[in-house]
Ligand binder design. Structure first.
Ligand code: ADP
Ligand code: MG
Length: 504
């Protein structure tokens, strides 16, 4: 895609030794992972992978195109239908997921360092991502042998039951903001339920998933169960979305691409579709709060992961009585965030993922200025090397302004006033998105009323961006279809078979 150069694959080996700024050394696979082996793409093309914190080339990675998708889907189909996977007792799927979790535990430092390098995120947050992956694998390992059907008592001369069967080959297309965590959220339920997978990591951040491929093999997953194809969305991604033998597609990314995925499913084999898309989530502060605590959460809500979070609390609403005080405290808090080198243990906010995103975010700040916004703090790039942006707060933004309606996906939030619950519900529900939201208050009644009336898949109360593998996550409105995590996610990866036996 824009900004990522395609090169010949001839000069790109299948593995390279990388030495990271924090001293971590490891062997980075660079090939397509199909049938538990690394290979070169049919077209022998590769693409460049850059470090967002320096802008410099890290390595080239082999590129999968449509012909490679065919090969990977065939491998996944064979694994599903006739390989050892197809006969494996469900509990053994749980054992494999737990082994993968063990290997993540043994490789936390390497995995977190790869994320810091490739995505530009702060290493302290990257470690949290890896902990999230481990929690997710272990959670779904537990489900593997607890996916049951039911017996229905219909009449005395029938015996009727349902089974929860896996769907088959699942295409999974993931974004660059949490390269490994999104990998885990997708793999966990798909594998627990007995499916096989063709996964495409984002072209901006392919390194983590390819390193994990070596762990997948080491854990003992049979060949073809999990295949990983680095490549571009318009090519490999599109081929997965249109593939006739891919029975289910799970996508996390922009709402724009989500629409094309759904269209591709409709145009091909009506594969089942789940989408986790954008957001413009309201983070609401009532006047009864402890201001410092609430400000901690609004700061974390928007600047966590450099604002590259679909659930980011990008619209802050403050009740009018404490508005000025909150603005002052939030400006101070935002300015105190340590922005910079992702490998520095003190860094909270690393680099934006790419030059394209960096420019896009700065452009949004300009749009905000033109729409009459006041830049309370930030509003510009941080430093001259790499893709950093200062934590930014925009005030005096109307509900219909683009910076209030459109997802910026960076460290930029708006802050606005409200009078009472009715007013903030109207403003809070005033976009086409509905991914997440939060309310900060000491009043249980206020919290519950606001939680009931917000149109969002998640409502956090007195916290923000607080995830757990057991808690379903997903969107209302244009934020998506289906839920990830929790027992809910298993519904996306199973289909119900009804067996009706005539005993008469
Ligand atoms: P962003 O624009 O923020 O990079 P995208 O939604 O484009 O987010 O990317 C999320 C994922 O979707 C990436 O893995 C990307 O390669 C993939 N993708 C992009 N365009 C398409 C497409 N037309 N078909 C399938 N996958 C796509
Ligand atoms: Mg990168």
């Amino acid at each position: 895609m824009a900004g990522i150069a395609q090169v010949s694959g001839a000069d790109t080996p299948l593995f390279t030794k990388l030495k990271l700024p924090n001293g971590v050394e490891y062997e980075q696979p660079l090939g397509l992972f199909i049938n538990n082996e690394f290979t070169v793409g049919k077209a022998n093309k590769a693409f460049e992978v850059h470090s967002p914190s320096t802008g410099k080339l890290i390595t080239n990675v082999h590129e999968a195109q449509a012909a490679d998708v065919d090969i990977a889907v065939d491998a996944a189909t064979r694994a599903f239908e006739e390989g050892p996977w197809s006969k494996l007792p469900p509990s053994e799927r749980g054992v494999l997921l737990n082994k993968l979790a063990d290997l993540f535990e043994q490789n936390v430092t390497t995995l977190a360092s790869i994320e810091a390098l490739d995505n530009g995120k702060a290493i302290q947050l990257a470690r949290g991502d890896i902990a999230g992956c481990i929690g997710c694998f272990r959670y779904y390992a537990g489900w593997a042998d607890k996916i049951h059907g039911k017996v229905m008592d219909v009449s005395s001369d029938t015996f009727c039951y349902t089974k929860q069967e896996p769907i088959g080959v699942c295409g999974q297309i993931i974004p660059w903001n949490f390269p490994l965590l999104m990998f885990a959220w997708k793999i966990g339920p798909a594998i627990a339920a007995g499916n096989t997978v063709v996964m495409k990591p984002a072209e901006q951040t392919p390194l983590g998933a390819l390193f994990v491929a070596t762990l997948i093999k080491e854990a003992g997953f049979p060949p073809g169960v999990i295949n990983i194809l680095p490549g571009f969305g318009r090519d490999a991604g599109d081929a997965i979305a249109h593939h006739m033998k891919v029975k289910k597609i799970a996508f996390t990314g922009s709402t724009l691409v989500g629409r094309t995925i759904m269209k591709a499913a409709a145009e091909s084999n009506l594969k089942k579709v789940t989408l986790e898309l954008g957001g413009k989530s309201p983070n609401i502060v009532f006047d009864d709060v402890d201001i410092d605590r609430a400000v901690e959460w609004i700061n974390f809500g928007i600047y966590y992961n450099s604002g590259e979070v679909c659930s980011a609390g990008s619209r802050v609403y403050v009740q009018e009585g404490i508005y000025d005080k909150v603005v002052a405290a939030f400006k101070k808090r935002a300015s105190a965030n340590v922005v910079g080198n992702p490998f520095d243990e003190n860094t909270f906010q690393g680099a934006q993922v790419s030059k394209v995103q960096h420019e896009r975010i700065l452009n949004y700040i300009d749009i905000g200025r033109k729409e009459g916004a006041t830049v309370e703090v930030g509003g510009e790039a941080h430093g001259t090397e790499g893709y950093f942006i200062k934590p930014t707060i925009l005030s005096n933004v109307g509900l219909n302004a683009r910076v209030m309606q459109e997802e910026i996906f960076g460290p930029v939030c708006t802050i606005a006033k409200f009078t009472d619950i009715d007013d903030v519900i109207k403003q809070g529900n005033g976009t086409n998105y509905g991914l997440a939201s939060a309310v900060h208050t000491k009043s249980l009644n206020t919290a519950i009323e606001v939680a009931n009336r917000l149109k969002a898949g998640t409502v956090w109360v007195n916290c923000y961006n607080s995830f757990h593998a057991a808690l379903p996550f997903g969107g209302y409105g244009e934020s998506g279809i289906g839920r990830e995590l929790g027992k809910e996610a298993l519904k996306n990866y199973t289909q119900v078979k009804t067996v009706n036996i005539n005993l008469a």
